[in-house]
Ligand binder design. Structure first.
Ligand SMILES: [Zn+2]
Length: 192
């Protein structure tokens, strides 16, 4: 098994003191890639709007909840262990849930007390790159810690993504994901 501690790029990536010789860029190690809204949301970027809740008629989007035209979404975490390390990467994604599941989630959301509600079925509602996703995939949404965001796990039908959640992603996959999200740090981790 690869031990990333032997990979100089990984050491530079996690070393806050390291400065890229070409540009002086510094890195703080693993961070999440977060989606502002579910892909089907058609009313703009909430974070950029500066609003706590972005309204569009009866449709609305907050940092954790979204309702649009009878579809219901919950902001989740989708974790992927990093092979050869003790760290995990996560996508901050949206899961589509039934109206009934949304009601249960909504009831517990403010108080972090979800009662009997431990999770539900959910469709992953963002396109996540480099982990084998080829379409919207069926997931289990789990309330693992009521004080934190719920966690999404790909079901067995979504075999490629599930395998990556169980077995991990490589550091190179992680760097590809960051590049796809607009932060290509690969050239800055090389020798000077
Ligand atoms: Zn650089």
């Amino acid at each position: 098994m690869t031990d990333l501690a032997q990979d100089p790029r990984w050491r530079r990536f996690n070393d806050r003191e390291f400065e890229c010789p070409c540009c002086g860029k510094r890195f703080g190690g693993v961070y999440d890639v977060v989606f502002d809204h579910p892909d089907p949301w058609g009313h703009g970027n909430r974070a950029k709007s500066g609003e706590d809740i972005l309204w569009a008629g009866k449709n609305w989007l907050s940092s954790d909840l979204c309702v649009q035209d009878g579809d219901y979404f919950v902001r989740c975490i989708m974790p992927f262990p990093i092979i050869g390390s003790d760290q995990s990467f996560a996508f901050g994604v949206w899961g589509s849930v039934s109206k009934d599941s949304f009601k249960h989630f909504y009831m517990g959301f403010d108080t972090s007390d979800y009662g009997d509600f431990t999770g539900c079925f959910s469709w992953l509602s963002n396109n996540i790159p480099h982990v084998g996703q080829d379409d919207w995939i069926p997931c289990d949404l789990m309330i693992e810690d009521p004080t934190k965001r719920p966690v999404l796990y790909a079901q067995s039908k979504a075999a490629a993504v599930r395998a990556h959640q169980e077995n991990g992603i490589t550091f190179d996959q992680l760097l590809d994901i960051y590049a796809s999200a607009g932060n290509d740090i690969r050239p800055h981790l090389l020798d000077g």
